[in-house]
Design a protein around this ligand. Structure first.
Ligand code: SF4
Ligand code: SF4
Length: 117
């Protein structure tokens, strides 16, 4: 679901979401936290960091103002601006060409790499 950013409650930068975000738990850098993502979004920056989100919405569940991480909306903006990871481009191309995200596979063959955005 795409979030209308004009109706999204403003992040008050309390930081509660950092402790429930699985991405921040592994990266431990503010730019990967929901709060950091909100700040980057308010600054109008379009960055590959927005792809570093599982879309789990655990941050929204704990957020006192119910700020929506709006990951889908931010990614849609990136795609519109032509900002994509190489892995994402390859995955989409494979789906279009081979009908799967991995590329050409023989019957029963396992993919050598797992492709994700
Ligand atoms: S997104 Fe919500 S929980 Fe996270 S810093 Fe902003 S107001 Fe606090
Ligand atoms: S929706 Fe994204 S930013 Fe929010 S907790 Fe999940 S991974 Fe973190």
């Amino acid at each position: 679901m795409l979030t209308d950013l004009t109706e999204n409650p403003t992040c008050i930068e309390c930081g509660l979401c950092r402790e429930v975000c699985p991405v921040f738990q592994t990266q431990r850098q503010e730019e990967y936290s929901p709060r950091g993502r909100a700040i980057l979004g308010y600054a109008g920056l379009q960055t590959l960091v927005f792809y570093q989100c599982t879309l789990c919405r655990a941050c929204r569940a704990i957020c006192p103002v119910e700020h929506d991480p709006s990951g889908e909306t931010l990614r849609a903006g990136l795609i519109s601006a032509g900002i994509e990871t190489e892995a994402n481009q390859l995955m989409i191309a494979n789906i279009r060409t081979y009908g799967n995200p991995f590329g050409p596979l023989a019957e029963g063959e396992l993919p050598k790499t797992l492709t994700c955005c």
